[in-house]
Structures are given as structure tokens and as C-alpha cells.
Design a protein around this ligand. Structure first.
Ligand SMILES: *[C@@H]1O[C@H](CO)[C@@H](O)[C@H](O)[C@H]1NC(C)=O
Ligand SMILES: *[C@@H]1O[C@H](CO)[C@@H](O)[C@H](O)[C@H]1NC(C)=O
Ligand SMILES: *[C@@H]1O[C@H](CO)[C@@H](O)[C@H](O)[C@H]1NC(C)=O
Ligand SMILES: *[C@@H]1O[C@H](CO)[C@@H](O)[C@H](O)[C@H]1NC(C)=O
Ligand SMILES: *[C@@H]1O[C@H](CO)[C@@H](O)[C@H](O)[C@H]1NC(C)=O
Length: 336
């Protein structure tokens, strides 16, 4: 419920400010560049139309924004499926979770498996998972009576908040020790954390974290391979690498979920059909580069030869149904 809390905070502050979906995935790296370009253009147009109907109603606008992100995800899955493990796709999904309070897992191809072909140098999906877990830890910490008995009531917000910020930061430093923390969202995490309450000031969390044990307050280990909760005085040195994709544009030679798959958000189910490889600027790798995956290499190569004409794309655009469904979910969250 990371995003739910952010939403409530933002509404409380009266600063709802909806970001239009954006992606740094560029058509030239896609399996089917022209299909990707037209898919994104149509999604953008449809979403702007959706927002026009909202007439300034924040919840309505948020709903349109959710549908817009979902459309972008569908565009990638259809015509840019070779980029689903890239840093740029990871960033698109992270933005979706932050900007759409109704976003729920599972989301296609996310988080990426470890060492995925063409994967991001830092598994941002894994990091975001940990950050969401930190947020859940905070929620159970402030509502759990056991933690009240451990922490003086007046210190409860501070202790729970410091553990939360620590859990998120610790996950970043442990999961991707070589990556520059701000590239994993460390700076926005620190900013978000201070939004919940002026009480959480990371710089002063050292003495709080010395006094209380976060696991005793109900927090899970910050990352899958470390249970350390760092404090501001003992964080490891910052990594120095920016994010980069570990494989070439054609590292993934066939759609990861097969040529047709479905996924759902709120009550909407999308059916996505992957385009064949049509990127003539970048050749699909057939057998040769990727020894083990002859079958998938062949599939992509076969697709590449079928460029003849007018393959119709099943574009998944946000319809009224989509955002009405999102709207219902959002309305419930806000009314709680
Ligand atoms: C796109 O890249 C710019 C520059 O690196 C970055 O500021 C922005 O957050 C990125 N947007 C997304 C959606 O990844
Ligand atoms: C926890 O504390 C609240 C408020 O003091 C109280 O209403 C509730 O009954 C307690 N729950 C348990 C399980 O003790
Ligand atoms: C945890 O895993 C990451 C990524 O595989 C690795 O770089 C890091 O060193 C590991 N940390 C620990 C404490 O094992
Ligand atoms: C390390 O990264 C954090 C988070 O982005 C930043 O606040 C801090 O200033 C950085 N430390 C150094 C020494 O650059
Ligand atoms: C409350 O916290 C204690 C100690 O961390 C934990 O054992 C217990 O399961 C938690 N209870 C709930 C309802 O989360």
C-alpha cells in the first residue's frame, strides 16, 4: 500500500498532481518499432480524451492515468517485448505503482527474474518490492499493540518511521550495492518518507534505531539476502554505477510469455498478442548467439521473415470500462 499512503497524503495536502504516463523506451529498440510508435500515440490520445471528460475531478483523472499506464504496459508487451527486462521497463512499472494507487501485482514480466536476458544492471523490481514491504512494516508497526508495548506511545511514529525508511534504504544498498542509490529511487524514498509525517527525519534516526530493534517492531528483513537495518551513520558507501541494460537490444529472442497472454488489473482483463520481429535496423538473433535457446531463436527469426503486410494489431486502449473500474477501486481507497 505504498501508493495508497502516498495518495492519502497528497490528497490531505491538497496537491494531487497527476503525471501522464511516460516511458524512456524508444521505438528504435523495439521488436516492432512502427507498431510501438502508433500504440503509444493512440494510448496517449485516448488517455488525454479520458482526462478531458473528468472535468478536473481528481479521482477521475487518477483513474485515466492508471488506464494510461496499463496501455503503455500493453504496448511494450505487444511490440517491444524484447525490452521487458530492461531498466526502462522497470522504471515504467515503478512509475505505475507510484502514480496509480489501484495498481496491484501481478504485473507482466515484473519483477524480472535474476540474470534475465537483457536485464537491468540493478533489479529495480526487486528493490521496489522491498520498499513496498517496508511500507507494510510501517503500517503493522503503528497498528500493532506489541510495538506499543515496546516503544513508548509518544515515540511510536518515530520508531516505526525510522525503521520504515531504514528498511527501504537497506534494501537498495544490499540489493544493488554497485548502483548509485539515487538511480534506485533513494532520494524520492527519503522525500516520500518525510511526507507521512514531519516526524520522520532520516538524519536523526540513528539514535532511534540504536534503541529499538526493527524486527521486534514487526518489520521483515529488508531484502531477500540481508536482514541488516542500516542507520544514517553506518550506511555502506554509495555505489557508483548508473543503470544500464546488461544485454543487447536482441538479447531476448522470443516473447517471454509466449505470443499471446492475458493479465488483469482491477476487474479488467487484457489479452496481449506479441508482434513478430520487424525491426530491420536490429536483426533478431537466430540460432548462434544464444546457444541453449534454439527454439526461441527460431521463433523470432520466423517472425522476422513474416514482415509482408498489414498484420493487424490488437491495440489495448483504455476504454470507459477500464477507468470506471479503476475509479471504483480508488473511490473505496479514499473513503476509508
Ligand atoms: C526518463 O529518463 C529521464 C532522464 O534520465 C529521467 O529523469 C526520467 O525519470 C525517466 N522517466 C521514466 C519514466 O523512466
Ligand atoms: C490494541 O489497542 C487498541 C487501542 O488501545 C485496542 O482498542 C485494541 O483492543 C487492542 N487490540 C488487542 C488485540 O489487544
Ligand atoms: C545481495 O545480492 C546482491 C545482488 O545479487 C549482491 O550484489 C549483494 O552483494 C548481496 N548482499 C549480501 C549481503 O549478500
Ligand atoms: C549517497 O546517496 C544518498 C541517496 O541518494 C545521498 O543522499 C547521499 O548524499 C550520497 N552520499 C554521498 C557521499 O554521495
Ligand atoms: C505484532 O508484532 C509482534 C512482534 O513483532 C508479532 O509477533 C505479531 O505477529 C504482530 N501482530 C500482528 C497482528 O501483526
Amino acid at each position: 500500500m505504498l501508493s495508497g499512503t502516498i495518495l492519502v497524503s497528497l490528497i490531505a495536502l491538497g496537491v494531487v498532481n497527476v503525471a501522464l504516463a511516460q516511458t524512456n523506451i524508444t521505438a528504435n529498440v523495439c521488436a516492432d518499432p512502427s507498431a510501438f510508435t502508433s500504440c503509444i500515440a493512440q494510448a496517449t490520445t485516448a488517455s488525454k480524451g479520458c482526462m478531458d471528460i473528468c472535468n478536473g475531478n481528481n479521482i477521475c483523472v487518477l483513474g485515466c492515468g492508471c488506464a494510461m499506464y496499463q496501455s503503455y504496459i500493453n504496448c511494450v508487451a505487444e511490440s517491444c517485448w524484447n525490452q521487458v527486462y530492461s531498466c526502462e521497463y522497470d522504471e515504467l512499472i515503478a512509475d505505475y505503482f507510484v502514480n496509480c494507487p489501484a495498481a496491484t501485482e501481478p504485473v507482466p514480466f515484473w519483477p524480472a527474474p535474476d540474470n534475465a536476458p537483457g536485464g537491468c544492471s540493478c533489479n529495480l523490481g526487486k528493490v521496489l518490492h522491498s520498499v513496498m514491504k517496508a511500507e507494510q512494516g510501517y503500517n503493522s508497526c503503528i497498528t500493532n499493540n506489541t510495538s506499543t508495548s515496546i516503544v513508548q506511545l509518544s515515540n511510536k511514529n518515530t520508531a516505526c518511521g525510522c525503521c520504515e525508511v531504514s528498511a527501504g534504504l537497506s534494501a537498495m544498498y544490499e540489493t544493488c550495492p554497485d548502483t548509485i542509490p539515487s538511480a534506485m529511487g533513494a532520494d524520492s524514498w527519503l522525500k516520500t518518507a518525510t511526507l507521512y509525517g514531519e516526524l520522520i527525519n532520516w538524519g536523526t534516526c540513528g539514535s532511534v534505531l540504536d534503541k529499538y530493534s526493527c524486527p521486534n517492531l514487526g518489520f521483515a528483513p529488508p531484502s531477500s539476502n540481508s536482514s541488516t537495518f542500516y542507520n544514517p551513520n553506518n550506511l555502506p558507501p554509495n555505489g557508483t554505477y548508473t543503470l544500464y541494460n546488461t544485454g543487447g537490444v536482441n538479447a531476448l529472442t522470443a516473447p517471454a510469455s509466449g505470443s499471446v497472454f492475458t493479465w488483469s488489473q482491477t476487474s479488467v482483463t487484457y489479452t496481449v498478442t506479441a508482434s513478430p520481429w520487424k525491426n530491420s535496423a536490429v536483426k533478431a538473433t537466430a540460432a548462434g548467439t544464444s546457444g541453449g535457446s534454439v527454439a526461441s531463436g527460431t521463433a523470432a527469426a520466423a517472425g522476422a521473415t513474416k514482415t509482408s503486410g498489414g498484420a493487424s494489431l490488437s491495440l489495448q486502449l483504455p476504454s470507459v470500462v477500464v477507468w470506471l473500474s479503476v475509479l471504483g477501486v480508488l473511490a473505496k481507497m479514499v473513503l476509508i
